[in-house]
Each structure stands twice: as C-alpha cells, then as structure tokens.
Design a protein around this ligand. Structure first.
Ligand SMILES: [Zn+2]
Length: 335
C-alpha cells in the first residue's frame, strides 16, 4: 500500500482518512476495516449489486497469481472463459476487444474527453473495468485513478495501465458511495456505467460531491428510446415499454434476466444533471467512429453510415432523443 493511496482514498461511509493496520486499512473516524488485495484497497460497502463480493475477492486473488504466471492476455481470456455463457470463441473475441480498447480510448482522449486529459489534476474513472481508458490517459502523462465494483477487473487494470507506462491508483468501490473526499478530483470520466448503478440519483450526487469546482465530467450511455436493439440483451424495443414490463418482455423474447440495467432517456438524464445541482451539462449524440464501422458486416455498416449522416442534420437532431442509439453527457461543475 503506497502512502499516496492512503492520502487519496477515504472511507466510503464517513469519508474519514484511512490508515494501514497490518495488511488492512482502517477508517480513523468510524473504525471500519477494509481489506487490501493485491495492493488494491477493497472499499466496497454492503450494497445490493450484481456481483458476489466474496466470490469476486477470490477471483481477484486468482487473477493476480495468474497474471504473474501466464501473462496478462491469458488471464483476461481466462476471466471471460470462466464467465457464464462464454465459449472459447466469444472469450477470444472479448479479450481482443479489451486489448484493442486502449487505442479506441486514445481517440476519445483527443476528442470529447480532451478537457479531462488537459486538466492538471487527477483523472478519476468510475467503472474503469480492465482499464483501457486509464491506460490511454496515462500515455498522455495524466495521473489516473480508477474505481470499479469488480476487484478482479481492477487487477487486470493495474497491469494494463502499467504496460502503457502509467502508475494508477485503484480501489474497489461503489459508484454511489465513492471512497473519496469532497472536492478532490479535477476530472471524472464514467463510460457506460450510469445504466448499471443501483441508485442513479445517488451516483450523480456523489460524482458532484467529489468533483472540484470547475471540474470536468464526461459520461456516456445507451439511449433508452433507441431504434437499435437494447445492447445488453440484444432485444429490440425494450426502452419504449414502461419500466414495469421491460424485464418480463426480455424474459419472454430471450429467456434472459434483465436486472441491474436501467437505460435512461435524455429527459431523465437531464433531470438528474439539472442546473440546480451545479452541473453545466450538454447532451450529444455522437456519430459511430470510423474504427468501429470497419468491424461491421456490410448491412450493419450501411445502416451505421445512414445513422452517421442523419446525426448531422439539424432537424433530425431534434428527434435524436427518441431514436438515437447512444449519447454523451459532459460539461463542468459551476465555479
Ligand atoms: Zn469511516
């Protein structure tokens, strides 16, 4: 555990300072204890979520051993391969996707996330997963921090960011109860996370709490009202249904559970980021990037090209909240 880590991270419950006791951390205010696994503090609290915390800690220890023994790529592959519903081919595809993700994030860092990269303070990613964005930001000389609900993926993130020359500060934590002090970070990025948190209002409030005045935030999420299929279950039309029917519909069509996923409409998001909370937020529907288009089959590619063309038409823009696939929310905290 580095001194820097105990300076940065706080108790998720009371935001008190943490000190090292044996190999654990202890909150100096409320005396709560937190384990440290593979040098990563586990600052999660008992919240309802899709992950089994004990199982995740066990898998994180295994991943740490495996990286040393078999290398990073083999470990990522093993994590996917041992997940539910994954076969050899899918695991291989997802592994390549993770590794190629760094380059994709590089281009986001030169585009809409430029303000985050250009702050002189620390960048925090909430829901950093295997750490592709942190790796991309680290290559630009940023100090990077990541919080994720999965300790197993944080083990991967550390090795991936180090491969790109960064030294990330990582902690397992919940997005609704960030283990950080008030006004402590200059920029927050959180991609495809808001739709999975248990309490979206608490998530936005906590993001606001830890950002410094003037700080930058950049989020992305699939649109609830989209003409493309719901991306997590690949079922069309889910978002147009009332929420009370969505899970039943997905069960009926695909025989899959639809839990811990709550896509937001633009209106719902704007309400969460309303000005009264101190945000100056802008919603943008981006075009599908060139790099992604090249991976599409021809019919999908044609549709994607039509979509990209439509997104640029002013009149169409007005209606994007009712059919666009994906949007970004970004801006600054008022000074
Ligand atoms: Zn505490």
């Amino acid at each position: 555990m580095s001194d820097k880590a105990t300076m940065i991270w706080r108790c998720p419950t009371c935001h008190g300072s943490l000190s090292v006791i044996d190999t654990n951390l202890r909150c100096e205010s409320c005396q709560a204890h937190y384990p440290v696994i593979d040098d990563i503090p586990d600052l999660r609290v008992a919240l309802d979520c899709w992950i089994d915390l004990d199982e995740d800690r066990k898998r994180a220890r295994e991943a740490a051993d495996r990286v040393e023994r078999d290398g990073l790529e083999a470990t990522i592959h093993h994590i996917f391969r041992s997940s539910r519903g994954m076969d050899e081919r899918k695991a291989g595809y997802r592994t390549r996707q993770v590794l190629a993700g760094v380059e994709k994030c590089q281009s986001q860092c030169s585009d809409w996330l430029k303000p985050a990269v250009e702050t002189n303070g620390i960048i925090l990613e909430i829901g950093c997963g295997p750490g592709q964005l942190l790796a991309a930001a680290a290559t630009r000389g940023c100090d990077v921090m990541g919080v994720d609900v999965s300790l197993e993926w944080l083990v991967i993130a550390r090795h991936l960011v180090e491969r790109y020359g960064g030294k990330p500060e990582l902690a397992a934590g919940f997005a609704e109860q960030l283990p950080l002090a008030d006004n402590s970070v200059a920029a927050i990025v959180s991609l495809d996370v808001i739709e999975h948190v248990g309490d979206q209002d608490a998530y936005v409030s906590d993001l606001r709490r830890v950002l410094k005045p003037g700080g930058f935030f950049g989020l992305s999420t699939p649109n609830r009202f989209s003409l493309s299929p719901e991306p997590h279950v690949n079922v069309w039309g889910v978002g147009y249904l009332p929420r009370s029917l969505q899970a039943r519909y997905v069960k009926l069509v695909k025989n899959q559970p639809y839990t811990f996923t709550r896509l937001l409409s633009v209106r719902e998001t704007k309400k969460l980021f309303s000005g009264s909370r101190g945000f100056e937020a802008e919603v943008v529907f981006p075009t599908i990037p060139e790099q992604e288009l090249s991976g599409f089959k021809s019919a999908k590619k044609r549709l994607a090209l039509i979509y990209n063309w439509m997104v640029g038409i002013p009149l169409v823009k007005l209606f994007l909240p009712f059919f666009g696939a994906y949007y970004r929310v970004s801006g600054n905290i008022k000074n």
